[in-house]
Design a protein. Structure first.
Lengths: 377, 730
């Protein structure tokens, strides 16, 4: 390697170029997210927090810290994460147990209030991606066997899924299952075992029924089929979301001109921020968001494909897929394509720890990109 | 070593499923919602985001003929609370504050405030401005943001129960429900305005200039023909009569301008207060009384409300009895089948085709002229007159006087008459209808027909609204008197007026006589077909002045339970009382005849301070006697005092000393005495008399005295004595 003059670029990005395309798309998404969060949140912030800037101030702060964290993490050699795989998995399980003893909100125990309010399921998702990437990359040849290619992953996934269902956290469970399956699929698990995964799905469903959460799930399903039938009930948020999306039309009401955010749509800064985007920017803005995410995912795919090793490839692919699944599920919920299960839109929804986690994970993707043979812009 | 081929392939697959399939599905969903169902969601959005507030249009005012306000609308406020965004702590404050200001039970308020999902809980409708101001003060003092005051409109009826059956009332949405309010509702309602503005989910306006304001158009106002003063007098006398004669089935009074058909007064007693029309003011049955103490909405309550709202003057038919003889006489005089001087013989009964008809005076009126027959209200004479007319002509005039159909007065709920048509008028039927039996008509029909009979013969359509004013006070529409037809000639009309005056002077209308006025009148007493056999409808109609009729007054007392149930005895004094009050008011002055002048009352001069003999001289000039008491130099007290009226020839006591104790006398009982007997007895007792008596008061007896017998009074005190003629039998 020949010695180069240490320029500004190297000062920021360190040795070995990271993928600036991925980085720039990410910055665009984050900025866009902040703008929309501000627009969506200020009425609520004004009425409930008596400070129009309440949410945006916090989110912007976390975003700045997040970018810094992302750049720092991108410089760390991701191979160090091999050592973290098993401990992090163990910690996740522990946190998922602890959360069950925390105070519930809206009938579910998903948040641990200390040291800062965070969801252990966010850590668990990363832990599963990391652990699976770690295990697959260690012995890729064993992936063809039932025991190593399938059974051990199922056994590792089951306690996580079980604990999530106890919260209960349906959307987290679904994402966990999708991510787990995606990792196994990419890692080389034989397709026929996925028939058995379907069985696990059925088992999971059985677990829902047996855990007495059937009523909880059913009430959500009823509201899904005809949200306008009982607008004052559980479906109020869905109905308000649909009204926001529908009344946005093709071109939207213009940035800042949402009316639904004036306390009609509850917590527009959280899971339903996309509805406000649809209302203000119309179908065009909504599709633009989707395209931005698609481009991000596509670029992430390039990084994975050109990764120097299987660990890096699996890690970045898992993280990228996680983003994609969350985006798809969030929009599906907001548009009532799926029942309302409580799932946030990455980089857009309000939530400091979640944003920080996401950006740290994107830092890992960027770290992989430094070693990736991708053509960097 | 990097990812192998299989791994790369599977990565691409996984990403493709997410980006193309999943993103595709949600994009399709977005397209459906934002493009295909755009209209649906836009409407939903608009419905909840735009507040469409109605601005109540002010309902038009109702004025009497002198532009006195009888009914008007004022801005009031509906008090609304939004419990959904009220904290529990504030709810406490609101519950105690509003229960105090509005006088609502605390637990009622608390149960409304407990509705956690509600953004709109109506606490009280239509509170007045003073109360609204108290709430505003309370709200700002306690820093409450979730109490709202919405403007509404409330109807106020200036004089309470006054003219309730004419005015009617309005419902909670300011819609006219009865009377004029109902009949002219479309004029008076106006067009409500709207404010369309953007709001947030709490109903507060959003910081946008979406507001569109459509101003309301106020309703048109009405000027009635009704005269507030006349109506008040009419109601006063009617209310007294209802109590005095224990009227079972309510009483009706009507005053009409005979030359236009304009209704100057129209009253039904008992009545109700249009400011609070749903309360039962005179429960007539025990059930009604029970129901009042019990539940609110029962069929009996609804029936009782309907009954008290019913305008008896137009919605109930009655048998006019002898008052109807005016119609028969008019027809007969116009057709010249009889003249006032024609002779008739009455021996107390008359038989037509085997049916026996009695006269009121079963002894018979003997030989009499037609004029006397009218004054005597002689049934046989009228049966004979009816026979001379024949069914065809009788029916022609019955029809021409407007008695066969509704008058078309501008009030809702006019009843149709019940009568024999021409082809149903056999000899027996003709005989009974000729003297006023067997036809049931409304009071408004009767007074309209009588007006036509005396006004020169023209039938007018009765009406109550003379002008409609637009919202800037300009005349939008003017209703002129509507002459329907000439029923009889002016000559015949004059004869009728003359006959009616004769009836008041010498016949069955004597109790309607008023000194100084020329009154024409006719009494009527009809048996009621329903109820017990003693039930009667007593009525009296009068026109004044008889030589140039201006106003007609009709009073109907339905089922009196009194010392008499004859119209000439109990209804005539009511009519006289009304006329006595209203004639000076409408500008008709008393003109005393020679005979009247002799019995005229004198206003006592104030002679205090004069020497006793100077005082006597002054009083002498007015035809008054006087007695000096004591030996003082000046008069320091006189009884009766200056300004009071006594009959000519009365005695004024002039005290020259302070001590009056030795000059006390006991008031004697005058009941049943004739005018001269009563006068004598009072003069003997050292008291003065003021006489209120019918025409030719020879047969009249005292029935009321202003100071009860047995009372100790100072000598010279004036006792007002009312006499009534009970010889009349219709």
């Amino acid at each position: 390697m020949q010695k180069k003059k240490k320029g500004f670029k190297e000062l920021i990005f360190g040795k070995g170029d990271m993928d600036t395309v991925f980085f720039v798309i990410l910055l665009v998404i984050i900025t866009f997210g902040l703008v929309m969060l501000f627009s969506a949140s200020f009425a609520n912030a004004h009425y409930y927090k008596n400070d129009s800037l309440y949410f945006i101030k916090r989110q912007a702060g976390f975003a700045i810290i997040g970018v810094a964290a992302m750049l720092i993490i991108s410089k760390i050699d991701y191979h160090l994460l091999h050592k973290l795989a098993l401990p992090l998995y163990a910690v996740s399980l522990l946190l998922l147990v602890i959360v069950l003893f925390c105070p519930p909100s809206n009938g579910a125990r998903r948040w641990i209030p200390y040291p800062i309010n965070f969801q252990p399921s966010e850590i668990a998702k990363f832990a599963v991606i990391l652990l699976f990437a770690h295990l697959i990359s260690l012995e890729p040849e064993k992936m063809k066997t039932f025991k190593y290619g399938f059974l051990r992953f199922v056994l590792l996934l089951l306690p996580v899924v079980g604990l999530l269902l106890l919260e209960p956290h349906l959307s987290g469970t679904i994402i966990m299952l999708v991510i787990g399956c995606a990792m196994m699929f990419i890692g080389g698990t034989q397709l026929r075992w996925f028939g058995a995964v379907g069985g696990v799905g059925v088992l999971g469903l059985g677990a829902i029924v047996l855990s007495g959460k059937i009523e909880y799930a059913m009430s959500r399903l009823q509201g899904w089929i005809d949200p306008f039938s009982d607008v004052q009930g559980d479906t109020y948020q869905t109905v308000q979301s649909l009204i926001a999306i529908g009344s946005g039309g093709i071109f939207g009401k213009g940035l800042g001109n949402s009316r639904q955010k004036y306390l009609f749509l509850p917590e527009p800064q959280n899971d339903f921020v996309f509805a406000i985007i649809c209302e203000e920017l119309g179908l065009i803005g909504a599709i633009a968001v989707i395209v931005l995410f698609a481009v991000l995912i596509w670029r992430g795919l390039q990084i994975s494909l050109k990764a120097p090793d299987k660990f890096g490839a699996l890690l970045s692919a898992g993280l990228i897929i996680q983003i994609g699944v969350q985006v798809a599920l969030n929009i599906a919920v907001v548009t009532n394509t799926l029942p309302n299960t409580g799932i946030s839109l990455p980089f857009f929804s309000y939530g400091g720890t979640s944003l920080l986690m996401l950006m740290a994970q994107m830092g890992i993707v960027l770290s992989v990109s430094r070693h990736s043979k991708i053509k960097k812009a | 070593m990097g990812p192998n081929k299989m791994m790369r392939k599977r990565m691409v697959w996984a990403v493709c499923i997410i980006t193309i399939l999943c993103f595709g599905v949600v994009s399709v969903a977005l397209f459906k919602e934002q493009v295909i169902d755009y209209e649906f969601y836009s409407m939903k959005a608009e419905a909840q985001q735009m507040s469409d507030t109605a601005i109540t249009a002010n309902r038009g005012t109702i004025y009497d003929c002198d532009m006195k306000v009888l009914a008007q609308s004022a801005t009031v406020y509906n008090v609304v609370v939004s419990p959904a965004d009220t904290t529990d702590e504030k709810k406490e404050i609101i519950a105690s504050g509003l229960s105090e200001i509005l006088g609502i039970e605390r637990d009622v308020l608390e149960s409304k405030l407990a509705k956690q999902n509600s953004y709109y809980e109506l606490i009280q409708k239509k509170v007045d401005k003073a109360t609204a101001d108290k709430i505003r003060a309370f709200v700002s003092e306690k820093k409450i943001t979730t109490i709202y005051l919405y403007e509404d409109s409330k109807r106020y009826y200036t004089y309470g129960n006054f003219a309730s059956h004419i005015l009617g009332f309005t419902g909670s949405d300011n819609q006219g429900l009865e009377g004029i309010e109902s009949y002219y509702d479309s004029f008076m309602t106006g067009t409500p305005g709207r404010i369309i503005s953007a709001k947030n989910a709490l109903g507060n306006n959003m910081p946008y200039d979406y507001d569109q304001i459509y101003e309301p158009t106020d309703g048109y106002s009405l000027v009635l023909t009704l005269n507030e003063v006349i109506q008040h007098y009419l109601e006063k006398h009617l209310a007294v009569a209802v109590r005095e004669h224990n009227i079972q089935n309510r009483a009706v009074g009507l005053v009409m301008d005979v030359n236009t058909g304009a209704v100057l007064g129209m009253a039904t007693k008992s009545d109700y207060n249009p400011n609070d029309p749903f309360t039962i003011y005179n429960p007539t049955t025990e059930e009604a009384a029970d129901m009042l103490s019990g539940q609110t909405e029962t069929p009996t309550l609804a029936e009782a409300q309907q009954a008290q709202w019913r305008n008896k003057a137009i919605s109930d038919v009655y048998e006019p009895g002898s008052v109807f003889k005016i119609v028969t006489a008019s027809a007969a005089l116009e057709e010249q089948v009889v003249s006032l001087s024609d002779g008739f013989t009455c021996n107390g009964h008359f038989t037509v085709s085997g049916t026996h008809f009695n006269c009121h005076d079963t002894a018979g009126h003997g030989n009499q002229t037609f004029l006397q027959a009218i004054a005597n209200s002689c049934n046989p004479a009228f049966i004979m007159v009816g026979q001379r007319l024949g069914a065809n002509k009788f029916y022609k005039y019955f029809n021409a006087f407007g008695l066969s159909r509704k008058t078309g007065i501008d009030l809702p709920g006019e009843a149709a008459p019940i009568y024999y048509k021409e082809n149903q008028l056999g000899p027996v039927q003709l005989a009974s209808v000729s003297f006023g039996q067997s036809s049931a008509i409304t009071a408004i029909q009767m007074i309209t027909a009588v007006s036509a009979a005396v006004n020169g013969g023209t039938l007018y359509q009765p009406y109550l609204v003379s002008k409609v004013l637009d919202n800037s006070g300009n005349v939008y529409e003017s209703f002129e008197p509507k002459a329907i037809r000439q029923v009889i000639s002016e000559e015949s009309s004059e004869l009728i007026a003359q006959a009616l005056e004769e009836t008041v002077l010498t016949g069955g209308g004597r109790n309607a006589y008023i000194k100084g006025y020329r009154i024409g009148g006719k009494s009527g007493t009809a048996e009621k077909l329903s109820g017990d056999k003693d039930a009667r409808v007593a009525s009296f109609v009068a026109v004044a002045p008889a030589d140039d009729p201006q106003v007609a007054v009709l009073v109907i007392l339905d089922e009196p339970k009194s010392y008499s149930s004859y119209g000439g005895t109990i209804a005539a004094p009511v009519v006289a009382g009304v006329l006595q009050d209203i004639l000076p008011y409408v500008g008709i002055e008393r003109q005393y005849s020679e005979e009247e002048l002799q019995n005229l009352e004198v206003t006592v001069s104030n002679v205090i301070g004069k020497t006793p003999h100077a005082a006597q001289t002054t009083l002498n000039q007015y035809g008054l006697n006087s007695t000096i008491i004591g030996s003082g130099e000046t008069v320091i007290k006189q009884v009766p005092s200056g300004g009071s009226t006594i009959n000519r020839g009365g005695n004024v006591l002039l005290y020259t000393t302070e001590d009056t104790s030795s000059h006390m006398v006991t008031v004697p009982d005058l009941t049943g005495l004739t005018v001269s007997e009563a006068n004598m007895r009072l003069l003997n007792a050292g008291l003065n008399i003021k006489i209120i008596a019918p025409a030719n008061s020879g047969g009249a007896v005292a029935y009321k005295q202003s100071i009860e017998y047995g009372t100790e009074v100072v000598k010279g005190t004036v006792i007002t004595v009312e006499f009534i003629d009970r010889s009349g039998t219709d």
